[in-house]
Design a protein around this ligand. Structure first.
Ligand SMILES: [Zn+2]
Length: 135
């Protein structure tokens, strides 16, 4: 896929065709809390040097969403935007890839993809999105 990640280090990139993408977070070895994006020190127990990098599970459930119909520069409307709850107890805020946003249902199973989130000077800017799991 062509494009530039909107920020380095948030997800596995580049990917081979068909390769599963992962969000990159970290986990505190002392209190086991998981963070995305990565925390510099654990805000829960304030321990430094206790954080280790992990890949988050690429599936979750749709917690809530909204459909954006008013365009901002670089964004194509309508698009959905919402929160996905991962099994690790992390809530991810991101765009939602859905051909028919009206078919989204709270609590439905969602999967991570890397795709275009906006455009800048005619170039695709990539980010992480979730979409409904097929079938
Ligand atoms: Zn901690």
């Amino acid at each position: 896929m062509e494009g530039i990640p909107f920020k380095e280090g948030l997800f596995t990139w580049p990917l081979s065709p068909g390769e599963q993408a992962f969000l990159l977070g970290n986990q505190c070895k002392a209190c086991r809390k998981i963070y995305f994006p990565k925390a510099a020190l654990c805000p829960e127990c304030l321990k430094e040097d206790a954080l280790e990098d992990i890949k988050l599970r690429p599936r979750g459930k749709l917690y809530t969403y909204t459909v954006v119909r008013v365009p901002s520069p670089g964004f194509k409307v309508p698009y959905a935007f919402g929160y996905i709850d991962l099994p690790e107890g992390v809530r991810i805020c991101c765009q939602i890839s859905a051909a028919e946003p009206e078919k989204l249902k709270l609590g439905m199973d969602m999967e991570l993809i890397i795709g275009q989130v906006r455009e800048e000077a005619g170039k695709p800017i990539l980010g992480y999105l979730f979409r409904p799991v097929k079938g």
